[in-house]
Design a binder for this molecule. Structure first.
Ligand code: PLP
Length: 672
């Protein structure tokens, strides 16, 4: 077994794949990799140039393959291990990847068994045809391991060796399966000439983003031709003693950055849910937490054990559509492959780095964040949570302006530490902890007159959310926020925008500031910044704001793992075309629910996938009813039902969520 994070890249044999792009992307990764490739298009070209007949046979079970007679085997060797293998090795070498090209025959790197024959129909009769094809059984682990350990990238292709050392053809997908098992691979990316597994073979936009391997059997019977073989190989991979966290991504090899996109979540990801933890363990879980946790939350009684994409599973195997998403943090979906990869890679490189030292993961993320943020924001401070971002912004505002006053909004929410809590406009949350931070006044949200009155030359900052989340999903008025900017400018007051909840695509643009065309002086971020996979927060500051060295800091702020995860999250948000769809998804969900006229819903407010339902009843029983219907949702106060699903949620799940909300909020009267 190879004891590291092995990546296997399978490159299909079609002529339309962007080989250069795959290899270029590979240079950005620093993980041991094996490349397995085909050359079907080239084989067919060479066969016809050499006058060798290409014969296709379809087995009685419906699997199609090219008949590997002696002449075709020669052509195949020339195409696979001759031309294409050397071309890929050459490309790797040109990009600084020290590749070693091997057929399965060399060093018996892949050994298999020749097929006894393929049962097929000929002229209406069943016949058994035998060619030089077979199935891989094992790989030469010590040869591959020693190459990988010395930093080489093996590039493998057909033929493989049978028990007698005879060259036989095989399916590359089967080789990948055996390699992954014998070398303990963690991730497999298989490039095809399609954007992934499609719901409808003729519609490239119908990609199925995630597949639970338990569904593979039914998928295998529903697809045909080469895809059926592929699905069969993936099914074997999940059923044959592989490591439980293996991930397979079926991704588009035609795009500009095939590997980068695949690792950022494009294509179809197959991954086990691990959802079937024994019930006895879960009983322990509840007992242990009930006994040992100083619980400040109150529990809903559900034990969550795993998640992928927009779904989570409980200990009984029940699946939920997760419209809580870690309180609006898991924007690119649970167990996102690029995010997971970033954690493993960075923890195995440098697990922590104090702020007084430079670090490449931090440098790279700071650049990416500042580039993505509104143009006037040019530097960022990194911390560990939303409340810390607010705390830092409040301190920076006091330092910069040398003033003590602060104006915040009634109904606003900014966190649980003393400064942020004092700024939070909800007496119920703050009064028990008095005395609070002095100098903070609260004004009515969206009331220009009150703001004008409250802001003076003593005010260091105005602090507000663009959509009040915890306060009940209330978007700011565009005129109010524009006037707030003017009021701040007139008084030398800073404008702190809290985008802890609205940031990173939640409202349909990367930051809600873009939607409202507003220029903050300090922008506070957290939640979705690292997809909920790692605690993190940030303050991005206007160019003119200065903070002296030595007055603020954090042991873990700007942690290299947080930065690596945040970079992967930002990549996933910005390179996969996800954001433009967020507004449509939110609008369609809301329209479907609105059309139902569900009796318990008084009003619906939303921006993108930040959705609130003002109810005529208390929200708690509705949350329970939704959970019974397989949807996890959260409250905002006592009467608002809030949905914050992963932005990657698909249309089918959204329809299910809409129907569950309608069902839980009373009997619909006129659903179309
Ligand atoms: N600001 C806003 C707008 C929030 O919604 C939250 C949390 O819900 C916070 C700040 C505090 O973030 P954290 O829980 O990461 O401290």
């Amino acid at each position: 077994m190879f004891d590291s994070t092995l990546l296997i890249i399978k490159i299909g044999g079609g002529s339309g794949l962007n080989l250069e792009g795959i290899i270029t992307d590979l240079t950005e990764l620093n993980v041991p990799t094996i490349i397995v490739h085909g050359a079907n298009a080239l084989r067919d070209e060479m066969a016809s140039a050499m006058g060798v007949e290409r014969r296709t046979i379809t087995s009685l079970k419906g699997y199609t393959s090219v008949f590997s007679g002696p002449a075709m085997l020669d052509v195949m060797m020339a195409a696979y291990s001759g031309v294409r293998n050397k071309r890929i090795v050459e490309l790797c070498q040109q990009h600084g990847i020290n590749a070693v090209g091997l057929s399965g025959l060399d060093g018996r790197v892949v050994q298999g068994r020749r097929n006894p024959g393929i049962r097929t129909m000929q002229d209406g009769k069943k016949v058994l045809l035998r060619d030089f094809s077979g199935k891989p059984r094992s790989v030469n682990v010590s040869l591959l391991t020693s190459l990988l350990r010395q930093g080489y990238t093996p590039v493998l292709t057909a033929p493989i060796a049978d028990e007698n050392g005879v060259a036989i053809n095989m399916e590359n997908d089967d080789v990948v399966t055996v390699l992954a098992r014998d070398l303990n691979a963690r991730q497999i990316v298989s490039f095809i000439e399609a954007p992934g597994l499609l719901q409808n073979a003729d519609d490239e936009s119908s990609v199925i983003p995630h597949v639970d391997p338990q569904q593979l059997e039914s998928i295998e019977t529903a697809v045909d031709g080469r895809m059926r073989r592929k699905i069969k190989a993936i099914r074997t991979l999940f059923s044959e003693g592989h490591r439980p966290d293996v991930q397979v991504v079926l991704a588009d090899g035609r795009v500009e950055h095939p590997l980068r996109d695949a690792l950022a979540g494009a294509g179809t990801t197959f991954v086990t849910t691990g959802a079937h933890a024994p019930v006895s363990n879960s009983t322990d879980t509840r007992e242990l937490q009930d006994k040992f946790e100083l619980d400040v939350y109150g529990k809903r009684g559900i034990v969550l054990v795993s998640g992928i994409g927009a779904h989570v599973w409980d200990d009984t195997g029940k699946k939920y559509i997760d419209c809580i998403a870690g309180h609006g943090a898991v924007n690119v979906g649970h167990r996102h492959p690029g995010v997971a990869e970033a954690i493993t890679e960075q923890t195995s490189t440098l697990g922590t780095c104090p702020g007084a030292f430079y670090n490449n993961a931090k440098a790279r993320y700071l650049q990416a964040l500042v580039t993505a943020a509104p143009a006037n924001l040019t530097r960022a401070f990194l911390c560990n949570s939303g409340t810390e971002a607010i705390e830092a912004a409040m301190k920076f505002a006091r330092l910069h302006t040398q003033r003590g006053g602060m104006v915040a909004m009634q109904g606003g929410f900014h966190g649980r530490t003393f400064g942020a809590m004092s700024a939070t406009g909800n007496a119920k949350l703050a009064t028990p902890f008095q005395p609070l931070l002095p100098g903070i006044s609260h004004v009515r949200f969206n009331d220009v007159g009150q703001l004008e009155e409250a802001v003076t030359k003593e005010t260091a900052a105005v602090l507000l959310e663009l959509v009040q989340g915890e306060g009940g999903v209330h978007p700011v008025d565009a005129t109010y926020i524009a006037t707030a900017r003017d009021i701040c400018d007139a008084n030398g007051t800073l404008l702190i925008i809290d985008e802890v909840q609205t940031g990173f695509g939640r409202t349909g643009t990367l930051f809600a500031c873009e939607r409202f065309d507003i220029r903050p002086d300090l922008l506070c971020l957290a939640k979705g910044i690292a997809n909920g996979a790692f605690p993190m927060g940030a303050v991005v500051a206007d160019d003119h704001i200065t903070v002296p060295v030595g007055l603020h800091g954090s042991t873990f702020g700007g942690h290299p793992v947080a930065c690596a995860v945040a970079s992967a999250t930002l990549d996933a948000l910005t390179t996969t075309g996800l954001l433009p769809d967020v507004t449509r998804k939110g609008d369609e969900l809301v329209e479907r629910i609105r059309a139902s006229k569900a009796p318990l819903i008084r009003e619906i407010r939303h921006l993108g996938l930040m959705i609130g339902f003002e109810l005529k009843t208390r929200v708690r029983p509705i949350l329970t009813a939704l959970a019974q219907r397989g949807v996890l949702a959260l409250p905002a106060g006592t009467k608002v039902l809030r949905l914050l699903p992963p932005l990657t949620i698909d249309d089918e799940d959204l329809r299910h969520v809409a129907d569950a909300v309608v069902d839980s909020c009373g009997i619909p009267t006129n659903v179309s």
